[in-house]
Design a protein around this ligand. Structure first.
Ligand code: ADP
Ligand code: GLC
Length: 478
């Protein structure tokens, strides 16, 4: 089977969140199942050297305002197709946001171009390689099935994967013709969404199947509290909606070989974890000590519930805990954590920014990772935490609910707990979970047993890659 992935980011080239990690990892797992996967992504400046090593396979005289080309290249074990469109993607800074922190004003054209290129490849225009199925990811690839619908003749089926329904790509209806969408697509069965053009709505209406990144989020998406206006459409499409749990790249995230660690370790021989802890204490200005070291590695947005954690700091510190925070995003949250680091000097440390290597070190050296998200489609940091024996303390929602086994009395008695869950999602219950974690941490044997169990919990891609393949095979037949 030939499969085309269309996505806006991909690890290790360009990443703003978990989407990139998934796009960088699944193709390898699918390749092991005999699928030939190519990944279409924009050629941002971060990809300049890969672009230079590639071969042009298709040209466009005018792709939404300028000349463009598709370049195929191999890098980091992936078969890439780069959309080289300098007028849209050759920009310094965040891939979605301009220097003012706002969306790039032409984001509609930028990701329409990505979708349009995906559709062209679907029509066989790459020469020598035609996808049997296209898997489009998130709103940025949402118009792939809309462009295919404008073609007379056979087109490949499209599967759309929702990584986060909070981002929908909604633009003014006056943009329809600039987006090269035919007027007859502006209907409730097509791209129209409350009088506007919605890329994600188009994808959900027009794709043969829809997947999302955990079974619990698949169920939540059909509820008004989580569906963000698209729950009705998803209820209609329930038979075609599949929740497939994310995995992680076990080669990139391996505490025995991870180059970002100061000391390697494993479930059998966990001693090295302590040296990584000392390194974190130094980097975050924390006083060395015995109490549990919690960490946060996160985008700072209301999704991630980090405002709830601020309310719990007195209790966390009061119980002898320490906290290291790495993140960036919302300015008020950034300021609040920087302030807390002064207020609780030596017990709370904050680094504002994005640092891939430091995130690995924190997963290695911390005792527990806090993820109090209000919603979480899957979440990857709890999976990295499990793999590194850093017990997740998580809100019971989405993929967090599906991947962490709460250390309640029954689970502890049955020796199966791997972390701590809390619900309902508020500061009181988060504080309660932190206290439970502190209490277990004070029993070193119990904590060590949970750590070992967490490290053995299967978090790779093999099971989920097969589930994706089943979906692709179903649309191929259908
Ligand atoms: P989301 O995609 O919603 O941000 P995930 O948990 O799926 O949430 O993925 C987040 C990814 O981004 C993880 O790989 C995490 O380690 C990484 N990450 C988040 N914030 C930072 C940061 N400040 N520095 C380094 N890595 C980060
Ligand atoms: C999104 C979600 C996150 C998920 C990631 C990868 O960014 O917020 O929960 O893990 O996509 O699917």
């Amino acid at each position: 089977m030939n499969l085309l992935f269309v996505a806006s980011e991909c690890t290790p080239f360009v990443k703003t969140g978990g989407l990139a990690d998934v796009i960088g990892a699944v193709p390898k797992a699918l390749a092991a199942l005999g699928v030939s996967v190519r990944v279409l992504i924009p050629s941002y400046p971060e990809l300049a050297s890969v672009l230079g090593s590639g071969k042009e396979v298709m040209g466009f005289d005018d792709l939404f305002g300028g000349p463009a080309r598709l370049v195929s290249a191999k890098a980091e074990g992936l078969e890439l197709v780069l959309l080289d469109a300098p007028h849209l993607f050759d920009r310094v800074g965040n891939i979605y946001l301009g220097p003012d922190g706002q969306d790039w004003p032409d984001n509609d054209l930028r990701f329409a171009a990505l979708s349009y290129a995906g559709a062209q490849i679907g029509l066989g225009l790459l020469g020598g390689w035609t996808p049997d199925v296209i898997n489009a990811h998130d709103w940025q690839a949402g118009l792939v099935p809309a462009y295919l619908a404008q073609h007379d003749g056979p087109v490949p089926p499209v599967v759309t994967t929702i990584h986060n329904i909070a981002f929908q790509g909604v633009f003014d209806a006056t943009r329809l013709s600039a987006l090269r969408l035919n007027a007859d697509q502006f209907t409730t069965q097509g791209v129209e969404y409350y009088g506007k053009v919605s890329f994600l709505k188009a994808a959900l209406a027009l794709s043969q199947k829809i997947t999302t990144v955990s079974p619990t989020y698949a169920a939540e998406l059909m509820l008004p509290e989580f569906g963000m206006g698209l729950d009705g459409l998803l209820r209609e499409r329930q038979a075609d909606l599949h929740g497939i749990l994310n995995g992680i790249d076990l080669d990139v995230w391996d505490p025995e070989t991870d180059p970002a660690l100061v000391a390697p370790y494993s479930a059998r021989s966990p001693k090295g974890k302590a040296r990584n802890r000392s390194e974190i204490e130094g980097r975050f200005g924390l006083t060395p000590g015995e109490g549990p070291l919690f960490c946060v590695i996160s985008r700072m947005t209301s999704q991630k519930g980090l405002d709830l954690l601020l309310d719990c700091l007195p209790a966390l510190v009061g119980q002898g805990g320490k906290l290291a925070v790495l993140g960036s995003g919302d300015r008020d949250l950034e300021r609040a954590y920087v302030k807390a680091s002064t207020q609780y000097a030596g017990a709370v440390g904050t680094i504002i920014g994005y640092d891939e290597d430091l995130s690995h070190l924190m997963q290695a050296g911390s005792d527990a990772i806090l993820i109090p998200s209000r919603f979480e489609p899957c979440g990857l940091t709890q999976l990295y935490g499990l793999r590194y024996g850093t017990l997740p303390v998580v809100a019971r929602t989405g993929g967090l609910a599906d991947t962490v086994i709460d250390a309640n009395d029954a689970a502890l008695a049955a020796d199966c707990a791997t972390g701590f869950q809390f619900a309902p999602i508020n500061a009181t219950m988060l504080g309660n979970a932190i206290s439970r974690a502190c209490a277990v941490h004070a029993q070193p044997k119990l904590w060590a047993a949970m750590m070992r169990r967490a490290m053995r919990h299967p978090v790779g891609w093999d099971v989920s890659a097969k589930a994706y393949l089943d979906v692709y095979q179903a649309v191929q037949k259908g």
